[in-house]
Ligand binder design. Structure first.
Ligand code: UT7
Length: 332
């Protein structure tokens, strides 16, 4: 019997309507469109403004589109995994809320906390579960409402983030497509450079933590920048080399979208052309666990069956990884 692989067989996405552009941000903090475009490469980000809506609602919209596009019966979904760092509430898991809202009655589900590497970590775990033969139709949905943890008075972090969700259907296949190889890692020393100070068991929420603005993203940008460039490029080069993929054999690099300069530096170090790199950061900013599936969503028409893709991400933890994926279907 040939090996069972896990293939992405459909894509759905959702970003809220509200566009927070650099001109509006420049009225909120001391910044400018010119600085943000030069140093980060983001023009606008989408913000979920509707009262009473949260991360699960972003995910529900993305999955609804995915189920429609792939003509999938919701009761056939047997696994749903949601990487997120902006869960609707501390517990239960956001995936429980998503499956309830969508009526996915047969889906075993749980969340993953791996920040910007959430989709890559999720792909590793879900693909292994599919390869085991135990699950037949899985949804991996990266969803984050970063506006809920962004301090819009801090110019060093507020231009970076946006809200969104991207969902993929993952199914078993005996063809030579799907997840072919992966390298994942973590380094907890990086926690000092990127975290939220309060709201967990170490510093439970209090008047003091709120007054001290300790419930927002804290980042030492330059440290994170350098570590992101070296990890994403080193792992991507390593996975290409060990699978005998030269720069010309690669259809696309699908990188986490945190900073356009990081993406360009990774592409240069891998020796590939800018046309081989999927980039949509200018329109959505960093949507954390949603960036990679939102790239699939935006560029689905470009992807052909058998295309060699390298996915790569780096995030808080630090967490990092690269995946070698062969795309499993042609554009509709
Ligand atoms: O997804 C994983 C998580 N995150 C990342 O991967 C992000 C990694 N880091 C970055 O993308 C970049 O480090 C930032 C975009 C966060 C910052 O860019 P930078 O080029 O590293 O700037 P910097 O922190 O070295 O700051 C340079 C100057 C500083 O002014 P002084 O001290 O030189 O006078 C900052 O205060 O730029 C200033 N600055 C700004 N100026 C205008 C910082 N933010 C802004 C701003 N507008 N928004």
């Amino acid at each position: 019997m040939s090996k069972i692989r896990a293939a992405i067989t459909g894509v759905g996405g959702y970003v809220p309507d509200y566009r927070l552009d650099n001109d509006e941000l420049s009225q909120m903090v001391d910044t400018s469109d010119e600085w943000i475009m030069q140093r980060i490469g983001i023009k606008e980000r989408r913000i979920l403004k509707e009262k009473g809506k949260a991360t699960s609602d972003l995910a529900v919209r993305a999955i609804t589109e995915l189920l429609e596009k792939t003509n999938t019966d919701p009761s056939a979904i047997d696994l749903l995994v949601c990487p997120t760092i902006t869960s609707d509430m501390p517990f239960p898991a956001t995936s429980n809320i998503i499956t309830h809202k969508l009526g996915l009655k047969n889906a075993f589900n749980y969340d993953i906390s791996a920040a910007c590497s959430g989709f890559i970590y999720g792909l590793e775990i879900v693909s292994r579960m599919i390869e085991s033969g135990a699950y037949k139709k899985a949804i991996l949905v990266g969803a984050d409402m970063m506006s809920s943890i962004t301090n819009y008075a801090d110019r060093t972090t507020c231009p970076l983030f946006g809200d969104g969700a991207g969902a993929v259907l993952i199914e078993p296949t005996e063809e030579e497509v799907g997840v072919m190889d992966r390298i994942l890692g973590s380094d907890g020393a990086g926690a000092a450079n990127l975290h939220i100070k309060a709201g967990g068991s170490l510093r439970p929420s209090s008047h003091e933590t709120v007054d001290n603005l300790e419930h927002f993203v804290y980042q030492e940008g330059q440290v994170v920048f350098k570590a992101a460039v070296s990890k994403m490029s080193d792992l991507s080069v390593e996975i290409m080399e060990r699978n005998n993929i030269g720069p010309n054999d690669l259809a696309y690099l699908v990188p986490h979208q945190a900073n356009k300069r990081i993406i360009e530096a990774v592409g240069r170090r891998m020796g590939i052309n800018p046309e081989q790199v999927l980039v949509n950061i200018e329109r959505y900013g960093n949507t954390t666990s949603a960036t990679i599936p939102l790239c699939f969503w935006d560029f689905e028409k470009k992807l052909k069956k058998g295309d060699n893709l390298i996915l790569t991400a780096f995030g808080a933890g630090f967490t990092f990884g690269s995946v070698f994926l062969k795309w499993a279907y042609d554009p509709a």
